[in-house]
Design a protein around this ligand. Structure first.
Ligand SMILES: [Zn+2]
Ligand SMILES: [Zn+2]
Length: 136
């Protein structure tokens, strides 16, 4: 696979990050928490293992909402952009991280793999692609 370095940022530009190589997985998540958090029909998350993700700027603007026991959803306090989905200790300790793919400045280097949590899908949204779907 070709090496690929990409950057990402929030809407206001305070938070900047870098990812190395292609995402290892890209998922469209239709769960109700992702829908609420993103204010959208679904969230697209790109997975980067530990060591492939680095914060470049704006760490002080990051705020994390602990949405369940082992998961934090990190956003920019200045502009509200949804950014990361990771264990609650992130970003104090860097971990593997799911990046909100819409905040990448480029592309994740990989096509979306599948739709997940389609059992909670918004009734007003119809999936029209041929990607695999899982209920959870
Ligand atoms: Zn921001
Ligand atoms: Zn979700």
């Amino acid at each position: 696979m070709a090496s690929h370095t990409g950057t990402g940022s929030c809407l206001c530009g305070t938070v900047k990050y870098q990812v190395d190589n292609s995402a290892e997985s890209v998922l469209h998540c239709h769960c109700w928490m992702c829908r609420k958090q993103h204010g959208a029909a679904f969230a697209t998350w790109a997975f980067y293992p530990i060591g492939r993700f680095r914060l470049l700027a704006g760490t002080e603007a990051l705020q994390t909402y602990i949405s369940s026991e082992k998961v934090g959803r990190t956003f920019c306090r200045e502009c509200g952009s949804s950014l990361f989905f990771a264990p609650p200790e992130f970003p104090k300790r860097l971990t593997a991280v799911w990046v909100a793919a819409g905040t990448l400045d480029g592309e994740p280097g990989r096509k979306p793999d599948s739709h997940i949590f389609v059992s909670c899908k918004a009734a007003w949204y119809a999936i029209t692609d041929d990607l695999p779907q899982s209920a959870e």
